[in-house]
Design a protein. Structure first.
Length: 239
């Protein structure tokens, strides 16, 4: 895969050489709309990717699609994960919109268990603040950080540059949470074509989503990451 070479080099320059990454998200579509380009970059670099999603996204609507919302969203999630090259995907049944009412100990124990089963060496999450400010996103990240601390794993967050968040908030009246440059640890070159194909799998959620397309345009061909937790040094494989 010649296209993967620049991505491999970039990954190895900027982050430890991971073997297996587990993405921890709140909703089906977060893995694509949010983490899609990063998961695609990891996969292209030969890093095995897995996703655990806490809810079925049942608080949303079908936006005109036919069928049972939970089943439609589960199928969309599976297809998108396949497009992104995800080796294992798991959708849990916690309540969409009310993830913060679930005990952190229950959520983090689940993440720790899945991470152990998948022999994960890094957790990938939305930034603290949840990117869009959604409480479910923040809770999913809290659970992953708590699990990362408990089992000694790096936790890497997908984050928005401050200027991107500022523009989106100004144009759409949104509540995106961005980070200044000095809080961003990695600038990762990405190829968005696969992410866009994964997004298209979530037809019930992506058809009328101008803020998503604008964010992808503003971010261009890179994503930003920051460490929320570093595991013990001896367990890392820094180069
Ligand atoms: Zn979400």
């Amino acid at each position: 895969m010649p296209r993967s070479q620049p991505t491999v080099a970039a990954l190895h320059r900027t982050v430890p050489v991971y073997r297996r990454v587990l993405a921890v998200v709140a909703h089906p579509d977060d893995e694509s709309f949010g983490l899609g380009a990063v998961l695609g970059a990891f996969d292209a670099a030969g890093v095995e990717t897995s996703v655990v999603c806490f809810t079925h996204g049942e608080a949303s609507t079908l936006c005109g699609a036919d069928g049972d919302l939970r089943q439609v969203r589960a199928r969309e999630f599976e297809r998108a994960a396949a497009v992104l090259g995800v080796a294992r995907s798991q959708m849990l049944d916690y309540p969409d919109g009310r993830l913060s009412t679930i005990a952190l100990a229950e959520l983090d124990a689940h993440v720790a268990r899945v991470a152990r089963d998948a022999a994960t060496d890094v957790l990938l999450v939305f930034d603290e603040g949840g990117i869009t400010g959604h409480p479910d996103h923040r809770r999913a990240t809290e659970a992953a950080v708590s699990a990362g601390r408990a089992v000694g794993l790096d936790v890497l967050a997908w984050a928005l540059p401050e200027e991107t968040a500022r523009l989106l908030n100004a144009e759409f009246g949104a509540s995106f949470v961005g980070r200044p440059d000095d809080e961003l640890d990695v600038r990762l070159p990405v190829d968005r074509r696969r992410q866009r194909r994964a997004i298209a799998c979530h037809a019930s959620q992506s058809m009328n989503n101008p803020i998503l397309w604008r964010r992808l345009d503003l971010l261009g061909e890179s994503e930003s990451l920051r460490f929320l937790h570093r595991g013990p040094a001896e367990s890392r494989r820094d180069q």
